[in-house]
Design a protein around this ligand. Structure first.
Ligand SMILES: [Zn+2]
Length: 100
């Protein structure tokens, strides 16, 4: 390939790229907005998630020979934790509605 042809081709590629990117960026932001809306809806209607420490079992098993179980300290034996978004929401509400 001769040099002018290569330059022409790369210029064409750059042109195609710039014309391609804005719709892609729109699609990406639309996807992000959709994800955010979905997460807010999940926090509103399903504020709890299974405790990551015990996987929703609400107990922790010892690995020793006695095979004991105890209430999971992370979720206090409930097996559920509040979603991060809910905790952020509650933290924001505490800040805006400060007790006097
Ligand atoms: Zn737990």
């Amino acid at each position: 390939m001769s040099l002018p042809a290569a330059i022409l081709l790369s210029a064409l590629a750059a042109l195609a790229f710039t014309s391609l990117v804005p719709p892609l960026a729109n699609l990406a932001s639309l996807g992000l907005v959709g994800l955010a809306v979905g997460y807010v809806a999940a926090c509103r209607f399903y504020p709890l998630r299974p405790c990551p420490a015990c996987g929703g079992d609400s107990v922790q098993r010892s690995r020793g020979v006695f095979g004991g179980i105890r209430a999971c300290p992370a979720c206090a034996g409930t097996g559920t934790r509040l979603r991060r978004g809910v905790r952020l929401w509650q933290w924001l509400r505490r800040r805006t509605h400060r007790r006097r």
